[in-house]
Design a protein around this ligand. Structure first.
Ligand code: FAD
Length: 509
């Protein structure tokens, strides 16, 4: 049980046959009252403004106030967590966005440890739970495999796919936090691989795979990257392989096994509460529309035309939402081009509460409206199971808001099931996300990633979407928030620091 009370958010949906689609779920992440700005500080120049209360923004804000900086956090939503939040529905926790945590996510685990959640993990698929097998439906009928058999087929296909350098990706990505080049591999070697889409690479190796292995690979790629085999860059997969220590055997442990039992909103709330205890002021339900820098001071205008000014800003708005924000001076032409190309992850993630014990269930349908399904523990009461399912980019095919009844049909293709309710967040129509985690097309990383990571004058751009390490993961968000706060503290100084702060000089960068 979390120590928090779950309040209603405007976000998230449930669908039942009886009540249809109902918007708004309860979460520990809702902040009430939504605004806390001391009158004596309002209108003054803040030392820092942090835009966005996802993990990047929360960590940046916490680190800044911890060093005594007068900081304002501005968030468009009514809750903390951004693309990572958990909803409480009749006593069951559902992770609506970012979910799985892993020991290889060192910064995130440090946050879990700091806030007493390190050992508070539960597991997604339950060994020996009901329906403990893997269903594979590739259009020619549904077959059952053991998890071991399915794992071996997937590992074989993935291994051949990834092994472009004869060394399981190690030669192309020997240091995954420096993907764009380092002491072991040159930028031009990486650039050559970055020209390939996942489809290009599959075309090179598909003759070595059986039909089932090919189906598993062709569905795993969009399951990871939320787009299609055609539009996800192959370098993204090499990078993912490198980050999980070059071994598909650890894929489940790293990507889809461990969750925070009390839900991510508990961790996000603990970071937020720690920051407010240390003096953070904030304004929720406050979308911003422009960021203007003049004479070194940055003005942030909200959609209600309120202006807040600061010496430094940490902007954590995701890439897909950046076109909605006006920048003056304008963003660099290369960054603007990157934003226009944009990421490709338009995934759908759906939960359902189903009658009985399906905790061991796993499966893949390809082609299909959903790609993968996971039994995900009992719901409260222990008589029904929570299941989690993913689709790649299904825009125009399966719109959960327009045709929620189709979700049930798609889920039943994996296994017969009595669905009590469906629970989800539609990330694609969400105005403050507009997409899922960031995965990019061929050619993008070598052309734009370094530009996205750059600051824009006194605006530090910090988001998991362009992290150095676990880009597109919670870990990457924590990295980005911590780095931005650290940069600001180096520039504007912390109390008692000696020598004094170094002024920021853009001409030297
Ligand atoms: C369905 C799904 C599943 C995922 N699964 C995993 C997983 O299992 N493991 C994992 O590690 N990662 C996962 N991820 C990725 C992870 O959730 C994200 O990478 C991470 O949460 C991003 O954090 P962030 O702080 O960088 O950005 P965000 O969380 O997007 O935070 C940005 C904040 O800015 C706010 N904002 C946007 N526009 C404005 C505006 N105009 N004014 C004010 N505020 C604004 C947003 O509301 C948001 O709160 C998943 C993501 C999704 C969507």
């Amino acid at each position: 049980m979390s120590s928090y009370y779950a309040n209603p958010s405007n976000e998230g949906y449930t669908y039942t046959k009886k009540d249809g689609l109902v918007g708004g779920l309860c979460t520990y992440g809702v902040i009430k009252p939504e605004r806390h700005i001391r009158q004596t500080d309002d209108g003054n120049v803040w030392e820092a403004i942090v835009i966005g209360a996802g993990y990047a923004g929360l960590v940046a804000a916490r680190d800044l106030v911890k060093a005594g900086k007068k900081t304002l956090l501005i968030e468009a939503r009514d809750r903390v967590g951004g693309r990572t939040w958990s909803a409480e529905v009749n006593g069951t926790t559902f992770e609506m966005g970012g979910t799985w945590v892993s020991h290889v996510h060192g910064r995130l685990f440090a946050e879990m440890q700091r806030y007493g959640l390190k050992d508070d993990v539960s597991m997604t698929r339950t060994e020996n739970g009901g329906c403990d097998y893997f269903t594979l439906d590739t259009g020619s009928g549904s077959r059952k495999f053991t998890h071991k058999e399915a794992g071996e087929m997937t590992a074989k296909a993935w291994g051949i796919f990834i092994n472009i350098d004869g060394n399981n990706g190690r030669d192309i990505c020997p240091l995954p936090h420096s993907t764009l080049g380092n002491s072991r591999v040159s930028f031009s070697q990486i650039q050559a691989v970055d020209q390939l889409s996942c489809r290009d690479r599959i075309d090179q190796i598909k003759d070595q795979l059986t039909a089932d292995e090919l189906a598993l690979l062709e569905s795993l790629v969009p399951h990871c990257g939320g787009g299609s085999v055609e539009n996800i860059g192959f370098l993204e997969m090499i990078r993912a392989q490198a980050l999980q220590n070059y071994d598909i055997a650890t894929f489940e442990e790293v990507w889809t096994l461990y969750k925070i039992r009390e839900g991510h909103s508990t961790l996000a709330r603990r970071i937020f509460d720690d920051a407010t205890r240390l003096g953070l002021q904030y304004s929720f339900k406050t979308p911003i529309k422009s960021i203007v820098e003049k004479d070194g001071i940055v003005s942030v205008a909200t959609t209600t035309d309120k202006i807040h000014r600061a010496k430094r800003v940490v902007n954590t708005i995701p890439i897909a939402v950046l076109p909605d924000i006006q920048f003056d001076p304008p963003l660099s032409p290369l960054r603007q081009e990157a934003i226009k190309v944009n990421q490709v992850d338009y995934l759908t993630k759906i939960h359902a509460e189903v009658e009985g014990d399906l905790r061991g269930l796993r499966g893949c349908t390809w082609p299909g409206d959903f790609l993968y399904i996971y039994g995900d523990g009992f719901c409260a009461g222990g008589k029904s199971t929570r299941i989690t399912s993913f689709a790649g980019d299904n825009r125009g095919v399966l719109d959960p808001l327009k045709e929620p009844e189709k979700l049930e049909i798609a889920l039943k293709r994996f296994h017969p099931m009595e669905i009590k309710k469906v629970v989800f967040h539609d990330w694609v129509s969400d105005p403050y996300a507009k997409a899922g985690a960031a995965w990019y097309p061929a050619g993008f990383l070598t052309k734009y990633l370094a530009e996205l990571q750059k600051r824009h004058g006194n605006v530090l751009m910090a988001n998991a979407d362009w992290a150095f390490g676990w880009k597109g993961f919670i870990e990457g968000a924590v990295e980005q928030g911590a780095l931005a706060a650290d940069t600001i503290l180096n520039e504007i100084g912390i109390l008692g620091a000696n020598p004094g702060p170094i002024p920021y000089n853009s001409s030297k960068l």
